[in-house]
Design a binder for this molecule. Structure first.
Ligand code: OGA
Ligand code: MN
Length: 306
């Protein structure tokens, strides 16, 4: 039976579809992977409900879609990690499976996921797709929201679109965490996360559609005074995250979500931090940087290349 694709919310006919008739644990065929990529090109966010999968099965499925990232965007030291470097640990658990304390550095860093962002925009070659799997979810809260950056670009005045097209922005995790007053970075973190350049307007390689490439990681626009740049990005972000552009995902255990970071931003919502939330992310990299000729931040610190 072919993979089934259905719009989730008729209010958002172009954002977010549910994918069924696919068994990820069993391993998917090339044809099924092609159907999934065609669907994400159209809907930008896909929900695969009721997938009972291991980390390896999640990784193998993700690897159909391109080169895999390693979890070098995480702040946990290698000896503190709960999961392998193949997985981004989007949980509130330590390596013994205990909920971390309220003031734990890893938790405070991960609160940055509650700011609207696009994954790995702080890497010269940023993320193409993210795949986030729900092992365990809190009773309430902890939704994930997605904003459609194609629709947001289309809704700008033509003169504003013209102004945005040539702009180059600087992205760093030091900027996004700085917004929250988090500055507990090691010297290696600071080196590893020195700013990278990204285009503000991207063109999707398959559909040819333009979209705004926004992220909380942006701290500057090349050639602009910093306060003016930050105000401009803040205005654009307010525009792009209006409710008409947003799909809210209410998690069910065993949902796998897949989204296109080139055409959407996302953010986590609050939940009771004493309850377990165990989500795991695999990440597929883009083919190339949006601005050519940059060194990858991961390579700036030898210890983190693994
Ligand atoms: C992520 C992320 C949001 C969430 O996994 O990249 O931003 O709701 N997650 O946990
Ligand atoms: Mn994210």
């Amino acid at each position: 039976m072919p993979v089934s694709i259905a719009v989730i919310d008729p209010g958002h006919p172009h954002l977010a579809a549910r994918v069924t008739n696919i068994d990820i644990a069993a391993g998917v065929s090339h044809e099924e992977a092609v159907a999934v990529e065609a669907a994400i090109d159209q809907f930008a966010v896909l929900v695969f409900p009721e997938q009972n999968i291991t980390d390896d099965q999640q990784y193998d499925f993700s690897a159909h879609f391109g080169r895999m990232e390693t979890a070098t965007g995480d702040v946990a030291a290698p000896q503190e990690r709960r999961l392998s470097m193949k997985m981004n640990d989007i949980s509130n658990l330590d390596r013994d499976g205990r909920v971390v304390a309220r003031d734990d550095r890893r938790r405070l860093f991960s609160l940055g996921n509650m700011l609207w962002h696009s994954d790995s925009s702080f890497k010269a070659t940023p993320a193409k797709f993210s795949l986030l799997y729900a092992r365990q979810i809190p009773a309430t809260g902890g939704e994930t929201e997605f904003a459609d950056m194609r629709a947001a670009f289309d809704a700008l005045e033509p003169s504003m679109q013209e102004q945005c097209r040539p702009l180059i922005t600087e992205h760093s995790q030091l900027y996004s965490r700085g917004l929250l007053g988090f500055d507990d970075f090691s010297e290696d973190d600071k080196k590893k996360w020195a700013p990278v350049l990204q285009r503000l307007v991207r063109v999707h390689p398959s559909t040819g559609r333009e979209s705004l490439y926004l992220s909380a990681h942006i701290g500057a626009i090349q050639g602009w005074p910093v306060p003016e740049a930050r105000m401009f990005i803040r205005d654009l972000t307010e525009h792009a995250t209006q409710r008409q552009f947003v799909y809210t995902h209410h998690w069910q255990q065993y949902d796998l979500l897949m989204w296109d970071n080139r055409t959407t931003m996302h953010r986590a919502r609050r939940y009771d931090h004493t309850q377990v939330r165990d989500l795991r992310r695999t990440t597929v990299a883009c083919e190339a940087p949006t601005v050519a000729g940059q060194e990858e931040p991961d390579q700036r610190v030898a210890a983190y290349t693994g």
